[in-house]
Design a protein around this ligand. Structure first.
Ligand code: MLT
Length: 241
């Protein structure tokens, strides 16, 4: 039976064999939510990069530069990492270079997988419909915060486990932990995460609307997929079944 597991932090990714696995990168607040929003609003491609210098170089080469650190937009770049910024119609058909505190590192550390896709509450049902038909193992890769585990990404991983309804064998106790966490929280996710560290950070920055939006189910039907150095909207030929 195909297996599913959850890696709670990119600092633990060395424990997992990615070669025959589809990896779902999860950074609910806010990278995977913003990337999903961008793909749904016609952005042509996103190049996730680890450093500000790489992002700056790509900006000089004609990419839109999007940079976030500690939840804040970095000065000298075109935008930060709010999903609302990625709804801008002027971004349609553009290429964006993106660097965030945790999400872009998590994407980089997922390379080597059979396929790397991006999951959020915003594309939850579309993601489940794809994952349940895959013939291979799955790894849900949570961005966390600077190597530590965070609540919102773990909760979303639990939501995926919940939605897949035993179609995959659990490869460790982590899927069961995340599932039980989600079962407790699912009727009021915002209350469940209200005391979490990143919610506090974003609330202090006046970004409650970002939190509310990133907790919405099924705003979009797109699945972002990392192909080479760029994230694009998944198309039929990208599907592994
Ligand atoms: C992250 O990389 O952890 C998040 O995207 C940070 C944020 O956007 O607040």
């Amino acid at each position: 039976m195909k297996k599913i597991d959850i890696c709670l932090s990119p600092d633990l990714i060395h424990q997992y064999d990615l070669a025959s696995t589809v990896v779902v990168v999860i950074d609910i607040l806010r990278a995977s939510s913003s990337i999903t929003t961008a793909m749904a609003h016609g952005v042509k491609a996103i190049r996730p990069v680890e450093s500000l210098s790489e992002c700056r170089e790509l900006k000089l080469k004609g990419h839109i530069g999007a940079a976030e650190r500690g939840g804040k937009k970095v000065g000298g770049f075109d935008m930060g990492n709010s999903p609302f910024s990625f709804m801008n119609p002027e971004l349609e058909d553009t290429k964006i270079a993106l660097t965030t505190t945790n999400g872009t590192i998590t994407l980089k550390k997922s390379k080597g997988a059979l396929q790397v896709i991006i999951g959020s509450f915003l594309n939850y049902s579309a993601l489940l419909a794809y994952l349940e038909r895959l013939p291979c193992d799955l790894l849900l890769h949570c961005a966390g915060w600077k190597g530590t585990v965070n609540l919102e990404d773990t909760l979303f991983a639990g939501a995926i486990i919940y939605g897949l309804k035993q179609m995959f064998e659990y490869n460790s106790d982590v899927p069961l932990m995340a599932l039980n966490l989600y079962k407790i929280a699912k009727n009021d996710l915002k209350s469940a995460i209200q005391d979490s560290s990143h919610v506090a950070r974003l609330m202090n920055l006046g970004l409650e609307k970002d939190i509310d939006f990133c907790l919405k189910f099924d705003e979009y039907k797109v699945i972002p997929v990392l192909k080479g150095n760029y994230i694009t909207k998944m198309k039929l030929p990208d599907m592994l079944f």
